[in-house]
Design a protein around this ligand. Sequence first.
Ligand code: DP6
Length: 337
Amino acid sequence: MPEQETLWRRAAQERRATALAHPNIAFIKYWGNQDDEMVLPANPSLSMNLAAFTTVTTVAFDDTLPADTLTINQTEAGGDALARVGKILDLVRQASGLHSRARVESVSNVPMGAGIASSAAAFAALSLAASAAAGLPRDEAALSRLARRGSGSACRSVPGGFCRWDTGDDESSVAVSIAPAEHWALWDVVAVVSEAHKQVGSSGGHPLAATSDLHPARIAGAGRRVEVCQQAILARDLAAMGPVIEEDAVMMHAVMMTGRPPLYYWTPATMALILAVQQWREDGIPVYFTIDAGPNVHCICPAGAVEAVAARARRVPGVQRVITSGPGGPARLVPAA
Ligand code: DP6
């Protein structure tokens, strides 16, 4: 990507960069950390970037600013959001020796409350824009490591297409692409059953994972599920991948439901969709489900089945709307808006 080299060089000169990143859907889930502060996951995970959704973030370092500032979709943000962004900027300042504060402007079309973690795209775009603007060397592993500190799953939005994130220490626990987006036209048809804000988000949920007696069992099998899923992705074999992604999602929810305190994300509509997906398969449609930390059901199917799955999902009682996406590329610099 010679254009990326050019944009990266220009960013360092101007102390300003704009980056675009996609959120991702995990096929084998990240749930629970070995180290909450460093965001070192308890198990390896595997995901696909979602092309339909993007976050575009501009970071401009400016000597005259007294403090970092943040706007999200043109609205000034403070509190927790600004603190999480400040943490990433501090790591970039530490690595680059730069002392200036930064203006951060982020625009996202990730639908709010649709169960697609906007934080993954947000921290991937922020890490890239801030690193380029600070003149750090262009290094995908370093960007994935930095994004991980903002939000674990964000490390998987740095490389392109289908990405694997391994356990390890701060140095080694980064995501790598196992296949580019063009490798396989696999789609995510999201059946949105509730847009209400979650009572407990992922950040609050990870520390609870270890309170479930089922957590060690999920962790013990996660490596095998990642291997099966990776081989199935490489072979473009949905029939091999499907059962293992459903098993992994249900195991994660079993851990959530048996923690202390328990977390119940499913609603009756979630269960109705799980049963409906099984019926659609019996009807001959290749489709499998996965579910994140929320009630919405992600139906994973080949491009050719998207219309049939979406039409059926809309007819399931309790489904409010359906949104769809194919595989997305890596986080990248884009010319300033
Ligand atoms: C259920 O990466 O959103 O979506 O690091 O606290 O921001 P934080 O958590 P986050 O957790 C994602 C949990 C998940 C599964 C996954 O994406 O692997």
